[in-house]
Design a protein around this ligand. Structure first.
Ligand SMILES: [Zn+2]
Length: 239
């Protein structure tokens, strides 16, 4: 083996030394000929390539990070939107549930007979409520929570045509009235809940047959009735 022949490991070391700026004279056995070959620039080129590669890699990494961040942000946004939608749905459901619980039918099983504003020989004016035909003794429930303000015969003060009657005051200037009752189970001043039994239906007063006469009023008194069927439907109660 000639002294001038370098094995690959030595050559690599020489290149590395040259690149490190130690100079050709310091490279044992390589001589100026080796340095003149221009091999010394190779590591720089490699370094430059490596730098470019590193830069590209960094850029790719940054791009990936940006993309990941964007994806994460989009996912977070979507999750937030989903959460908001779920919250809104829950709120809506809660409102619906509250409405359903706030107002109920005054009797559970019935046949609708005379409706609000219906004309006829039975009434001096148009019919002021909604009639629910039910057998005498059917439980009558408060349509909504409130306080009893009228309870007794003579329509609780509204007149003999109503027979035994109850008026309950609710929130927001609304009153409900229950007439032709056979038995009253509450007294004036008593608080009642929606769906609480307050009486038994009957056929007292000016009544053509066993039924519950039900009114929604804007005051406690006769003459302020509004359409009770429309009111109940507007409050989530189908009759
Ligand atoms: Zn009636």
């Amino acid at each position: 083996m000639s002294k001038r022949v370098m094995n690959p490991a030595t050559r690599t070391a020489a290149v590395a030394l040259a690149a490190a700026g130690l100079g050709a004279s310091m490279v044992a056995g390589a001589g100026s000929a080796f340095a003149a070959e221009g091999q010394a620039v190779t590591p720089i080129a490699v370094t430059a390539s490596a730098a470019v590669a590193t830069q590209a890699e960094t850029q790719a990494k940054v791009a990936a990070q940006v993309k990941a961040a964007a994806t994460k942000a989009a996912a977070a946004k979507a999750a937030a939107a989903k959460t908001a939608a779920v919250k809104a749905a829950a709120a809506k459901k809660a409102v619906t549930a509250k409405k359903a619980a706030s107002w109920v039918k005054p009797v559970s099983s019935y046949t609708l007979t005379a409706s609000y504003n219906q004309g006829g020989a039975m009434w001096a004016h148009k019919h002021s409520g909604q009639d629910f035909a039910v057998p005498v003794g059917t439980p009558v429930k408060a349509a909504g929570a409130g306080t009893v303000v009228k309870a007794g015969p003579n329509g609780g003060g509204d007149g003999p045509a109503y027979g035994n009657a109850i008026v309950v005051k609710h929130a927001n200037g609304t009153y409900s009235q229950y007439a032709h009752l056979s038995k009253i189970k509450v007294h004036v001043g008593q608080k009642v809940g929606a769906g609480q039994q307050i009486a038994l239906s009957g056929n007292t007063g000016n009544s053509s047959g066993p039924h519950l006469h039900f009114e929604i009023r804007t005051t406690p008194n006769y003459g302020s009735a509004v359409n009770p069927a429309a009111f109940l439907r507007a409050h989530g109660v189908g009759i």
